[in-house]
Design a protein around this ligand. Structure first.
Ligand SMILES: Nc1ncnc2c1ncn2[C@@H]1O[C@H](COP(=O)(O)OP(=O)(O)OP(=O)(O)O)[C@@H](O)[C@H]1O
Ligand SMILES: [Mg+2]
Length: 259
């Protein structure tokens, strides 16, 4: 389960990626490369298209009536929008963690076992136990829940629930994890734990994370992409984007002059 991702290869390549919701264009001709084994932060004012970009990667926009995606988007060189792509398989390769922790109304154990069961990843109970325990361990939750695996996932605190959702996402061994403001419902202590976890996970996974917190982007990401009104304005190493942005729009946003 501990695959080390090769650094500096591109996991995701977007070229001229546009998204329309009905008449409204939410993303304009975005060219963006996501490197393997790194955390890429997507930042920008509300409504600029961050979640829309994220949802293209696991084809969640397929579920939105009137949404149209054009341009090209590849995962390891394979076209994500090729009609031959099995969306269930794609979503197993591309996990997602949402803003609001959303554990299933099931036990802690079953939350994590859900995906591995569906994908037939365990041959017997012992293997399933190993996957569940290992995922909880990696999500930094094992010590807190090992004596209460049969309790409902919803009985956990918000921060624990979010780590449970991360455990659920990694249980199916995705290659890429999308996180849409994963800490926005958490207090600072829970946020710090999740940030630490994201930093650890990047050794084995590629992570794309939307955040409204510039501090968070600076703390956990290696690359930062700044969006504004559906356009990708600037992407670069996080340190460069925050200390020496090339674009005035980026400068304005990170210094809090607008957004
Ligand atoms: N399901 C939808 N139907 C119609 N328009 C949508 C839909 N989802 C998003 N949009 C529009 O697309 C644009 C981009 O939205 P998106 O959710 O990607 O922004 P965001 O950058 O994630 O914003 P926030 O920071 O507030 O989450 C916005 O103008 C939004 O109103
Ligand atoms: Mg959003």
């Amino acid at each position: 389960m501990n695959k080390i991702v090769p650094q500096n290869s591109f996991k995701i390549i977007a070229r001229a990626l546009s998204v329309h919701y009905g008449e409204k264009q939410a993303l304009h001709q975005v060219d963006l490369d996501i490197r393997a084994g790194e955390v890429t932060a997507l930042i920008g004012p509300s409504g600029c298209g961050k979640s829309t970009f994220l949802r293209c990667i696991n084809r969640m926009n397929d579920l939105v009536d009137g949404a149209r995606v054009s341009g090209s988007l590849t995962l390891d060189g394979q076209d994500i929008y090729d009609p031959a792509v099995d969306v269930v398989q794609l979503r197993a390769r591309v996990g997602m963690v949402f803003q609001k922790p959303n554990p299933f109304p099931k036990s802690i154990y079953d939350n994590v076992a859900y995906g591995p069961r569906i994908h037939g990843m365990a041959r017997d109970q012992a293997e399933l136990d190993a996957i569940v325990n290992g995922s909880l361990e990696k999500a930094g939750l094992w010590a807190e829940v090992k004596d209460r695996l049969a309790d409902s996932g919803t009985s956990l605190s918000g921060g624990q629930q979010q780590r449970l959702c991360i455990a659920r996402a990694i249980a199916v061994e995705p290659e890429l994890i999308l996180m849409d403001e994963p800490c926005s419902a958490l207090d600072p202590i829970a946020t710090a734990k999740v940030e630490e976890l994201i930093d650890e996970l990047r050794e084995n996974y590629t992570i794309v994370m939307v955040t409204h917190s510039m501090q968070q982007a600076a703390r956990v990401s290696q690359r930062t992409a700044f969006f504004h009104m559906g356009k990708l304005i600037e992407v670069g190493d996080t340190e460069q984007v925050f200390t020496n942005p090339r674009e005035p729009l980026t400068q304005g946003y990170i210094t809090g002059r607008f957004g």
